[in-house]
Design a protein around this ligand. Sequence first.
Ligand code: SAM
Length: 296
Amino acid sequence: MSCNIINISDKQYFLETQVPISSSKTKHLIQIKELLYSGKSEYQKIEVYDTYDYGKMLILDGIVQTSEKDEFIYHENICHLPMFYHKNPKKILIIGGGDGGTLREVLKHPIDKVVMVEIDKKVVEISKKYLPTISEKSFDNKKTNLIIGDGKEYIQKHKNFFDIIILDLSDPDGPAEQLITKEFYTNVKDALNINGIISVQSESLTEQPKLTITINKRLKQVFSSVKVHQAVIPTYQGGIFSLTVASNTNLNKVTFEQVEEKYKNLNLELKYYNPKIHFASTILPKYLEKIFKNIY
Ligand code: SAM
């Protein structure tokens, strides 16, 4: 039995570990039907729960990574924002993303190839077994090249190659710790083509604002155009979540009409993303705009 399970009045709950780099004292308590898997890989503790409200959930080191109910919000945003900012992305790199949700979304586009570098093969195996609806057989697609390895090392060996690089990483206090540094972002810039775009999960605006600011400040040291987008993803603690997209081409020059034309031509099957949400998601409420004035 996991020490993250607690019993209250004969009901079982998963108690999420406090997210890192947060001053919050609030914790997430989720009623579970059962613990489906609990084990340890070389890198982290992996758990899968079946829950009443969110369906099956993947947990790494006590922190929720994804859930069947709302994974589409996170995966559509982290993928389609950069893919629609870009005119014609063909070569895509995902670092992390072991559950396969981002891979599934990338493969909806007319791309040539997608490389996915995930450090922990056990996350891929467990996700395929217990959460098959998230990857939807994307790992078997002939355009997919899954590499089990450290994204930090992989990126150093590639120059001027990728159109889009997506950092679908866990919080930076485990194997992803070195992947929010200026040095790493510089290596990502070097691995991108001239018009290349990076997309980063940049944590909760309300729960981990310091972390979002750090990620954004470092991205701004390397990329001239940085845009923070927000989405509410109920499974993640703390309300408003952020996805940041950056490039050395001016993302502000991409117009609604351009995105809409591409969106109509591609006619993808999506549940969250559309051109209106693409642009609306850059707008923050006033109280957050004030906290994030250094980013905007
Ligand atoms: N949706 C996410 C969240 O909650 O933040 C991310 C999910 S995805 C499962 C994160 C993945 O990043 C994990 O499977 C983890 O193994 C992988 N990862 C962490 N550090 C990495 C590294 N240095 N290189 C490649 N993958 C890494």
